[in-house]
Design a protein around this ligand. Sequence first.
Ligand code: IMP
Length: 199
Amino acid sequence: MTRQLSPGSRLVLASHNPGKLKEIIGLLAPHQMDVVSAGALGLPEPDETEPDFAGNARLKAVAAATASGLPSLADDSGFCVSALNGAPGVVSARWAGPSKDFGAAMRRVHDELGAATDRRAWFISVLALAWPDGHVELFEGRIDGCVVWPPRGLHGFGYDPMFAPEDATETYGEMDAGTKQATSHRARAFAKLLDACFA
Ligand code: IMP
């Protein structure tokens, strides 16, 4: 039996990424949680030192739960390209550099792909829900699709303008938030969390 979150609980969102925060707040909206971000509590952003999504999601959620004394939810996610052996993957944020320039990060993906004919790509999200006593639950979601060049659309964040999910012609950058949430890796991970942890 997974650990349950009681309705109305205070929940820390252990992310400093505005794009992710907006999506997670949207996903939580129907569930009457008392949500506060790690930034609003003045919690620092821990270094992501683990080699995989699950390790980094756990690290961020545990750091926030320990510092706040409250259940905390973290997302670690990334954009993975088949012809680049899954890169940028767990270092997707780092490809944008300290200035968080995702135009440059998308161009790097395009340049490294060169003339490769395999355009398959996917997003992964691992959500970690940690309690102050160190208990952690992990949930993974994935959406497959393909690389689009040039990037299209102004919605979303990160690599959204260069990714079209399977069976769609629009990129995530062109879709409104609700349409992206219908298929996204984060929404899929969240659906598993909801099933397991929401009474
Ligand atoms: P991290 O989880 O903090 O390591 O950052 C993940 C990075 O992956 C983000 O900064 C984005 O660049 C990228 N990423 C994760 N999820 C999405 C998404 O839904 N759309 C676009 N980019 C994403």
